[in-house]
Design a protein around this ligand. Sequence first.
Ligand SMILES: *[C@@H]1O[C@H](CO)[C@@H](O)[C@H](O)[C@H]1NC(C)=O
Ligand SMILES: *[C@@H]1O[C@H](CO)[C@@H](O)[C@H](O)[C@H]1NC(C)=O
Ligand SMILES: *[C@@H]1O[C@H](CO)[C@@H](O)[C@H](O)[C@H]1NC(C)=O
Ligand SMILES: *[C@@H]1O[C@H](CO)[C@@H](O)[C@H](O)[C@H]1NC(C)=O
Ligand SMILES: *[C@@H]1O[C@H](CO)[C@@H](O)[C@H](O)[C@H]1NC(C)=O
Length: 377
Amino acid sequence: MRLFNYLLVLLPAALANQLNARSTTACNNSPDLCNKSYGEITHLGAHDSPFVRTSDSVLAGDQYYDTPTQLSAGVRLLSAQVHKDNNEWRLCHTSCTLLDAGLLSDWLAKIKSWLDEHPNEVVTLLLVNSDSASASELGTVFNSANISTYAYDPPSLTIAPSSWPTLQTLINSGKRLVVFATPLTPSTDYPYLMSEFDFMWENNYDVTSPSNFTCEPDRPSSLSGSISTALSSDRLPMMNHFLYSTDLELIDIEYPNASYVSTTNAPSGGTGNLGSTAAKCKAAYGGRQPTFILVDFFDKGPALDTVDSLNNVTNAVGRTSVSSSSTSSSGGSTINNVFKGLVEMASSAKSGASTSMGDWVWAGGNWNSILGGGISF
Ligand SMILES: *[C@@H]1O[C@H](CO)[C@@H](O)[C@H](O)[C@H]1NC(C)=O
Ligand SMILES: *[C@@H]1O[C@H](CO)[C@@H](O)[C@H](O)[C@H]1NC(C)=O
Ligand SMILES: *[C@@H]1O[C@H](CO)[C@@H](O)[C@H](O)[C@H]1NC(C)=O
Ligand SMILES: *[C@@H]1O[C@H](CO)[C@@H](O)[C@H](O)[C@H]1NC(C)=O
Ligand SMILES: *[C@@H]1O[C@H](CO)[C@@H](O)[C@H](O)[C@H]1NC(C)=O
């Protein structure tokens, strides 16, 4: 009887504590986002998240900080390229001889640890499945990293839902990792692996002039050019917003433009800034904000300012900001001298030196074919 009374007194207090804790807990860095649908908010994406520019000579790098640092700073979408090399699934940029950021399983394990340590955060992965891994091959790697336990299963593997769960619902269910890959043949054996373009559409990503960012759908091709069709398809809008340098276009290579990124990622001011472009796209989409904004060098701008503004977040909490002035040495990418050689070859060709036919076949022919014409890092 005494014990029973004791419990009666304690239980409501414990419940109240729990409710208080919940109402003040932030989801994706803000208490205001907990009750928002996953698809209605804007998630900041790190383009080519694992490919870190550890020094200025690493032209193929798209970020200055590694994946866990990106996540802790507020990035919530991570994109990467998956390649098959020596029968392993690795994160390589265009080719494993060019930039190899290690095993997919190791990267996933790092993300899993981060999710373990940050129980109120919802993270999205977008994998460019360069060598067309099957759902079973990818799922095996997800299992080996023990990250599939966090992966969200959509209600249908072929049709985008008209509304997505709220962040709080995803968090409460423990399914806080949303995974897209392209190309991908979905499999009910791995129901969390979603084929990107069944669930998402994107604007053009291959932009080389700050005045040429557009809002129109580019991929999937079935939606190309038609905003109204794209919106009514229920797919989530993804806004690519990164700029390529073209001074190696002689050999058909584009690489991230770092010199202009403080404008490209800025909330306002300057041609092609992120804030104005996002506002323009939101207006073009009838007030619907892009679900994802994908940028290079996410810390510059800072790109998060635009995302917070779209999300009406003024009270972001729990972020570890990075110093925006220096480059990180914490990246795990291994850059082969091959790329340096390529850049040197291009420079010498530009200055009039002749290069061997073999060099050109290798650079212009073989590499070109990897992406079916033109290389964009
Ligand atoms: C959360 O969303 C539901 C459904 O839209 C709404 O009824 C409820 O009032 C919201 N709660 C808060 C705290 O905003
Ligand atoms: C896998 O992850 C789950 C959920 O985080 C955890 O409970 C379990 O102990 C992990 N298993 C291994 C083998 O690490
Ligand atoms: C920018 O867009 C215009 C109009 O579509 C096009 O003519 C031009 O070639 C583009 N510039 C670059 C650098 O892509
Ligand atoms: C980056 O873009 C800016 C703006 O178009 C341009 O002035 C600059 O030359 C570009 N940098 C490189 C390295 O291509
Ligand atoms: C932010 O506020 C605008 C204007 O009221 C609204 O259209 C938009 O849906 C809000 N976004 C979020 C994620 O709350």
